[in-house]
Design a protein. Structure first.
Length: 186
């Protein structure tokens, strides 16, 4: 059982499949937060306002394809995992193209009664990625705190002579260059 809360965007138009998929997710995720849509416009809105951790999508939808949905999701945030749950992908070339296009996987609806078993490893990967991102954010935050402490220390140094002032200026410039090279985004 996955204990971490997951925001799951389900792109599906069949009410029976929605019911079955939600039931299977409930068996493997203790806190699933699921939003449902069947079109590009609402999906785009949910990407912004719901911020899904993962998108599960059918391939054939009323006004678009799952590939259209995946392309929009990847343009919005390429780190969001995308998984097809579909009855359509019975063509090996099409299945391979979905993976090459950026899908983390696909599960056939004929296996919907075993969906939890097939979906759990894919969702565990999502959780691992979420945890590693949290750890990275914490390291960046700690590094920024350290840099600010260094700046504060440098500002407090008694810079009586020009040589000390030049050395402090060079240290600050080196820190700024390091921040730019390190991809510091604030």
């Amino acid at each position: 059982m996955i204990k971490k809360k997951l925001n799951i965007l389900l792109v599906e138009d069949n009410q029976n499949d929605i019911f079955l998929i939600k039931r299977q997710i409930g068996k493997i995720v203790s806190e699933p937060n699921i939003e449902i849509t069947d079109n590009l416009e609402d999906c785009k809105d949910l990407l912004v306002n719901f911020a899904p951790d993962v998108v599960l999508s059918d391939y054939n939808l009323p006004n678009c394809t799952g590939l259209d949905i995946m392309e929009m999701v990847k343009e919005y945030d390429e780190t969001i995992e995308f998984i097809f749950i579909t009855g359509t992908i019975n063509d090996e070339e099409l299945a391979a193209n979905t993976i090459l296009s950026g899908a983390a996987g696909y599960i056939l609806k004929k296996d919907i009664n075993n969906l939890g078993e097939k979906l759990e490893p894919l969702l565990k990967k999502v959780v691992i990625n979420m945890v590693s991102k949290d750890e990275l954010r914490e390291r960046i935050r700690n590094n920024k705190i350290t840099v600010n402490q260094i700046y504060s220390y440098l500002d407090k140094i008694n810079s009586d002579n020009a040589e000390q002032r030049d050395n402090i200026k060079q240290i600050k410039e080196a820190i700024d260059r390091f921040n730019l090279e390190d991809g510091d985004t604030e």
